[in-house]
Ligand binder design. Structure first.
Ligand SMILES: Cc1cc2nc3c(=O)[nH]c(=O)nc-3n(C[C@H](O)[C@H](O)[C@H](O)COP(=O)(O)OP(=O)(O)OC[C@H]3O[C@@H](n4cnc5c(N)ncnc54)[C@H](O)[C@@H]3O)c2cc1C
Ligand code: FES
Ligand code: FES
Length: 487
C-alpha cells in the first residue's frame, strides 16, 4: 500500500551476498535501498556520483556481471535506480574497482590523454559505460560506442574528446587489457553461486521509503505473496518505481521483486506466437535471435527507449503494466495484436493488449494478478510494420507522440498512437479508410480528428495533432517504397 510511513516501525531487511570489485560481501540492507545509496551510505565509496537520482545523467553508472545462459554478461546500469537487493549472487564493479590515481585503468588513461575530462563529475559514469562496452563487444565501431554512451551526460567536454578516447581504446586494446585480473577468480563463482538470500525483521526508528522488499523465487511463491498481500506492488527493473521513490518521495509498504524467477526471464517461440516473460529486459529482447529474426521492428523500437543502462534492467512487461499513455512499446504491441498472459493464485487468463488499458494509467489487472508473459503473434513476412517516436532528444527522452503501423498484404491495416489520448489507442477509422483507398491526406486529417490530445510540457494539443498527421504521411509514403521492396 502506498502511504507515508511512520518514522519508526518494523522493516524487513535483506541479507545478501555478492561480489564487489573482486571481494566477497555479506551485508544487511535496509529495504529497497538503491545501489548508489548502498555505496555511499553503507560502504562509504563515493566514486560513483549522484547528479539526477532518476536515471537521466549516467553519473552513477556501475557495471553488473552475472551468469546468464552459460555465459557471464557485463552490463552497465544506473545505480541510483537499481535496488541493491538485486545484487545477490552478482558481481558489482564500480570505478573504485578499475583504477586509482597512482595506477589508472586503460580507459581512465585514454580519457585523460584525449582531454575527455574537465570537472570530472561525469567521468566515472563514462568510464563504467565504456568498460561494459569494451568487455562485451570486441573493437566496437563508432555507432556502438555512441549507443553505449547515450545515457551519459557531460556538461563540460562537448563529447568529441570522450569519443576520441573511446575510438582509440577500441582500436588499441583487447578485452584482456580492460578486465581487472580479479574477474578470473569471480567468474567461476558466479556460475556456481548458491547461497540463499535471507530476510529478517528489524525495528527501527528511522524513516525508510519502503518497508518490505521481498524477492520471490518461484511463480507459485509470487502468486501466494500477491494473494496474501493484494496491496503489494510488483517490481521488475524498478526504472519506474525507483524514480517514484527517489524523486516523488513515494513510500511503499511492500514491494515484491520478480526478477529472480528464471521461468519468467525466457523468450520462446510457440505456435501462437513469441512469448516474452515478464522478467525479460529490453537488452535481452534486443539480443534475442528469435526477436531479431521474427520481430526486427521490436528491436528497433527498444533501441529508442531510454538509454543502454535503463534497457539493461527495465522490462517490456513493466512498460505495459505502467500503462503510461506515452509508453513507447504500447502502440507496437497494439498493432501486432499482442496478448497478455495474466496470472494469479486463482486463475490464468489471456487478454488482448487492446483491452488492458481501461482509463488513464488504469489497467484491467485485478487484485493479486500479474502479467506473466506478453505473447506476440508472428506477423506475415510481407506485412509492412513500422514505429515512430517524436521526442525532443534521440535518447533518454519520453515521447510526445509515439505510433506504430501494421499493414499485412491482404489483412486489416492497424495504426496505433501513444500520447494523443488518456491511454495508448488503436485508430478506429484507419483500417476502413485505408481499405477504401482514401488518399493519404484524407486519412491523416480524419485520424487526427479522431483523437483529442492534451497539452503538457512535452507538446501542445495542436502540436500533437500535427504529429499524428506527420507520422501517417511518413508511414504511407514510406510504405509505398518499402512495399515495392518487400513484394
Ligand atoms: C531515465 C529514464 C528514461 C526512460 N525512457 C523511457 C522511454 O524512452 N520510453 C518509455 O516507454 N519508457 C521510458 N522510461 C520508463 C521505464 O524505463 C519503462 O516504463 C520500463 O519499461 C519500466 O520497466 P521496469 O521493469 O523498470 O518497471 P518497474 O519500475 O519495475 O515497474 C513499473 C510498473 O509496472 C508494475 N509491474 C512490473 N512488472 C509487472 C508485472 N509482471 N505484472 C504486473 N505489474 C508489473 C510495477 O508494479 C509498476 O507499477 C524511462 C525511465 C527512466 C528512468
Ligand atoms: S544519478 Fe543520474 S542517472 Fe543516476
Ligand atoms: S567533465 Fe564536467 S560534466 Fe563531464
Amino acid at each position: 500500500m502506498e502511504q507515508t510511513l511512520a518514522a519508526s516501525g518494523s522493516y524487513r531487511f535483506n541479507r545478501i551476498s555478492f561480489f564487489l570489485n573482486g571481494k566477497d560481501i555479506l551485508v544487511d540492507l535496509p529495504p529497497g535501498i538503491s545501489t548508489l545509496d548502498f555505496l555511499h551510505k553503507i560502504m562509504h565509496m563515493y566514486g560513483s556520483k549522484c547528479s539526477c537520482n532518476e536515471g537521466d545523467c549516467g553519473a552513477c553508472t556501475v557495471v553488473i556481471a552475472q551468469a546468464r545462459k552459460g555465459t557471464i554478461v557485463y552490463e552497465s546500469i544506473n545505480s541510483c535506480l537499481y535496488p541493491a537487493a538485486k545484487l545477490h549472487g552478482k558481481h558489482l564493479i564500480t570505478i573504485e574497482g578499475l583504477g586509482n590515481p597512482e595506477d589508472l585503468h586503460p580507459i581512465q588513461k585514454a580519457i585523460l590523454e584525449h582531454h575527455g575530462t574537465q570537472c570530472g563529475y561525469c567521468t566515472p559514469g563514462f568510464v563504467m559505460s565504456l568498460f561494459a562496452l569494451l568487455v562485451s563487444t570486441p573493437h566496437p565501431d563508432k555507432s556502438e560506442i555512441l549507443a553505449a554512451l547515450e545515457g551519459n551526460l557531460c556538461r563540460c567536454t562537448g563529447y568529441q574528446s570522450i569519443l576520441d578516447a573511446a575510438l582509440d581504446l577500441s582500436a588499441n586494446t583487447e578485452r584482456s587489457d580492460i578486465l581487472p585480473l580479479y574477474y578470473r577468480e569471480i567468474e567461476p563463482k558466479l556460475f556456481t553461486f548458491n547461497i540463499p538470500a535471507e530476510e529478517y525483521d528489524r525495528s527501527e526508528a528511522s524513516l525508510h521509503m519502503i518497508q518490505h522488499y521481498h524477492k520471490a523465487h518461484s511463480i507459485e511463491e509470487l502468486c501466494q505473496q500477491l494473494a496474501r498481500y493484494p496491496e503489494a506492488r510488483l517490481i521488475a527493473g524498478g526504472t519506474d518505481i525507483m524514480v517514484q521513490v527517489n524523486i516523488a518521495r513515494r513510500s511503499f509498504e511492500r514491494l515484491i521483486d520478480l526478477t529472480d524467477i528464471l521461468d519468467l526471464s525466457e523468450i520462446q517461440k510457440e505456435q501462437d506466437g513469441i512469448h516474452i516473460g515478464c522478467g525479460v529486459t529490453y537488452s535481452q529482447i534486443m539480443d534475442s535471435d528469435i526477436i531479431k529474426r521474427d520481430l526486427p521492428y521490436l528491436v528497433e523500437l527498444c533501441s529508442l527507449i531510454a538509454s543502454k543502462q535503463i534497457r539493461n534492467f527495465g522490462t517490456l512487461a513493466g512498460n505495459v503494466a505502467n500503462a503510461s499513455p506515452v509508453g513507447d512499446s504500447l502502440p507496437l504491441l497494439l498493432v501486432l495484436q499482442a496478448r497478455l498472459a495474466l496470472m494469479s493464485q486463482e486463475r490464468s487468463r489471456e487478454l488482448p493488449v487492446s483491452e488492458f488499458f481501461v482509463a488513464y494509467r488504469k489497467t484491467a489487472l485485478q487484485k493479486g494478478e500479474f502479467i506473466r508473459e506478453i505473447i506476440i503473434p508472428v506477423p506475415p513476412q510481407d506485412a509492412y510494420i513500422d514505429t515512430m517516436k517524436s521526442a525532443k532528444r534521440k535518447s533518454v527522452d519520453i515521447s510526445s507522440v509515439v505510433s506504430a503501423i501494421c499493414i499485412p498484404k491482404d489483412g486489416t491495416a492497424l495504426l496505433a498512437f501513444g500520447g494523443v489520448a488518456a491511454t495508448p489507442a488503436l485508430s478506429k477509422i484507419f483500417s476502413k479508410l485505408y481499405q477504401a483507398g482514401a488518399s493519404t491526406e484524407i486519412i491523416a486529417e480524419r485520424v487526427a480528428e479522431e483523437f483529442s490530445p492534451l497539452s503538457d510540457v512535452r507538446g501542445s494539443s495542436s502540436y500533437r495533432k500535427q504529429m499524428i498527421i506527420n507520422h501517417i504521411i511518413k508511414y504511407l509514403e514510406g510504405h509505398d517504397d518499402k512495399a515495392s521492396l518487400a513484394y
